[in-house]
Ligand binder design. Structure first.
Ligand code: ZN
Length: 211
């Protein structure tokens, strides 16, 4: 390492303790897992960093629609010292697409790791073994969505509803898939986070954008 690099490193301002973050909406601190990270693009728009891995200047906001709205009304501008051109509707649309993209990646990863139960029989069997199962149910799953093992998982907040049967099938090498599930701990944690994000973005409806 050259001396110049060394000096630069020393001049980097001290970050907050590694797990602590502050919400650009309400200003309260919290653990990083409680937050959505956003990054500022050159054009003044916000980019959602679902995996917290993007380079660039970041800000954090609670997974709470009220905090996102407050952030867009001025909190992000203060955090970035820049004008922000992104709207609530854009965050919702970007967010929903990003959740679907991440979900596709997770399901394919689970499928390749052979930790994904696919189809109603396999998921029913998996769900009967323990409480740590997370499922993805297709939007058009039909009667399967009303079966008791699915309803119980819905009650426990263990179900993400996404995609159509044909889309899920295309990911998993079958014509159609109504439901799939995993008990893999790491993937289940990611699915829990995606569920929280999905709820956040879907609650950012545009009809009260000015609120
Ligand atoms: Zn907040």
């Amino acid at each position: 390492m050259t001396e110049t690099e060394d000096e630069l490193q020393i001049e980097i301002p001290q970050e907050q303790p590694s797990s602590a973050r502050t919400c650009a909406g309400c200003g309260k601190a919290g653990d990083r897992h409680a937050f959505l990270r956003v990054v500022l693009a050159d054009d003044g728009s916000l980019v959602l960093d679902l995996q917290r891995s993007s380079f660039g200047r970041g800000a954090n906001v609670h997974l709470d629609p009220a905090c996102v709205r407050r952030g867009l009304r001025g909190g992000f501008a203060r955090a970035f010292h820049a004008e922000i051109v992104t709207t609530v509707g854009q965050v919702r649309e970007m967010g929903q697409l990003a959740v679907e993209r991440r979900l596709r990646g997770l399901l394919v990863a689970a499928w390749r790791k052979r930790v994904l139960a696919v189809g109603a029989d396999a998921v029913r069997e998996l769900a009967s073994h323990g409480p740590n199962v997370r499922a993805v149910v297709a939007n058009d799953a039909g009667s399967i969505a009303k079966e008791r093992f699915v309803l119980e998982m819905v009650t426990n907040g263990a179900v993400l509803i996404a995609f159509r049967r044909g889309e899920l099938g295309a990911l998993l090498g079958r014509p159609e898939v109504s439901v799939c599930a995993t008990s893999d701990v790491r993937i289940a944690q990611e699915l829990d986070r995606l569920l929280a994000l999905q709820m956040l973005f879907s609650s950012l409806s545009t009809n009260n954008e000015s609120a």
